[in-house]
Design a protein around this ligand. Structure first.
Ligand code: NDP
Length: 329
């Protein structure tokens, strides 16, 4: 028997409740690889899956946790053997399939990535889906010609998970990073990650009045979307790019096409869930190389399975800073 965070739904009221329970190997879903989970983490989607479900969870009882890292215990797939260190993000694990909030998980071999050299399982989950996605965004900007020589870059939602990792990686790569935050009390934290400038959220909160503003940023990693993304598009320099990662500020895009037509600005979509294996491997290797471990440590908020019901509610209210790392021991 082992511990898992199990979410149940009351048939009459439709309300969900989450609690740590003992379950057995026979309870786990089918899959080729059984992993002893060492660490997991907390994302906005996890907040939904621990709580109301948000249309993501198909059946109950459910074990959430959209990412995890651990050691292979049993494998029916030639690519993995007992003792291998692995990491998993995406593929709707923790939503449509049981996830990482348990001491053991059983998954498809195709969903796993071997842990790259230089990262242990705890560091991998300090990075997690949020950090992995931030790296995909940085890679997309680079692939479209953004470089430190082209000028300063912007990170929105900077004190959140995606924003924290994006800030630290970009600063490490030599970019002048401007960090947008609605939490002025996080200024020291963001400067510690390498932000050269803090931009108060309110400065970018207004909707677009002029389709083009002065050319301020060579690129942007945007975790916020909505009106802020629309404003940012009008501030990108000629030929620059914005990697659209998230929707913390809204799913609408009240923008004009003028920045695309007159400045050749690129809007790059970033999806971490269905990302092909080769690019996953490339991103995890880049994380191991380009994310300073001392900066990563500064982002970590340690937690246990028992803390998750409260933390799930907190992240839905935008009250989580940095990267929560859940220790399964
Ligand atoms: P967090 O909740 O940790 O961070 C989001 C940050 O956005 C907050 O910390 C806050 O930053 C800022 N923010 C929150 N609400 C608002 C608002 N109303 N207006 C402006 N800014 C706001 O989430 P993550 O970093 O884990 O994820 C960020 C986004 O990326 C989410 O929307 C998530 O769903 C998405 N995502 C997408 C993925 C993909 O594959 N495309 C993968 C992973 C995440 P501050 O306090 O600094 O202002």
């Amino acid at each position: 028997m082992f511990k898992a965070l199990v979410v149940e739904k009351d048939a009459e009221s439709g309300k969900t409740s989450a609690a740590v329970r003992e379950i057995g190997l026979e309870d786990l879903p089918e899959g080729e690889v059984t992993v002893a989970v060492e660490y997991s983490t907390l994302n906005y989607k996890d907040g939904l899956c621990i709580g109301p479900g948000g249309g993501l969870v198909r059946t109950y009882p459910h074990v959430p946790g959209i990412d995890f890292a651990g050691t292979v215990e049993r494998s029916e797939d030639a690519r993995y053997k007992p003792g291998d260190k692995v990491v998993l993000t995406g593929w709707r694990v923790g939503e449509a399939h049981w996830g990482g909030y348990a001491q053991k998980a059983r998954v498809k071999a195709d969903w796993l990535v071997p842990l790259p050299e230089g990262l242990d399982t705890r560091a991998a989950m300090a990075v997690g889906t949020a950090g992995f996605t931030a790296m995909l965004a940085v890679m997309a900007l680079e692939d479209h010609g953004v470089s430190p020589a082209k000028g300063p870059v912007l990170v929105t939602g900077a004190a959140g998970g995606v924003g924290s990792v994006a800030t630290a990686v970009l600063a490490h790569l030599g970019y002048e990073v401007a960090a947008v935050t609605g939490r002025p009390e996080q200024e020291d934290y963001l400067r510690g990650l390498g932000a050269a400038r803090i931009v108060p959220r309110a400065e970018l909160a207004e909707t677009v009045k002029r389709p083009l503003e002065s050319e301020s940023w060579a690129g942007c990693v945007d975790a916020v979307g909505g009106a802020m993304l629309a404003r940012v598009l009008g501030q990108i320099s000629y030929g620059g790019s914005v990697a659209a990662v998230g929707l913390a500020g809204g799913a609408q895009l009240p923008a004009t096409v003028i920045p695309f037509l007159l400045r050749g600005v690129n809007l790059l979509g970033i999806d971490s869930v269905m990302q092909p294996f080769d690019n996953r491997l490339r991103a995890w290797r880049r994380v191991a190389r380009d994310l300073p471990m001392d900066k990563l440590d500064a982002m970590v908020v340690p937690a246990t399975l028992e803390d998750l019901p409260q933390l799930g509610a907190d992240i839905l209210e935008g009250q989580v800073k940095g990267r929560v790392v859940v220790d399964m021991a």
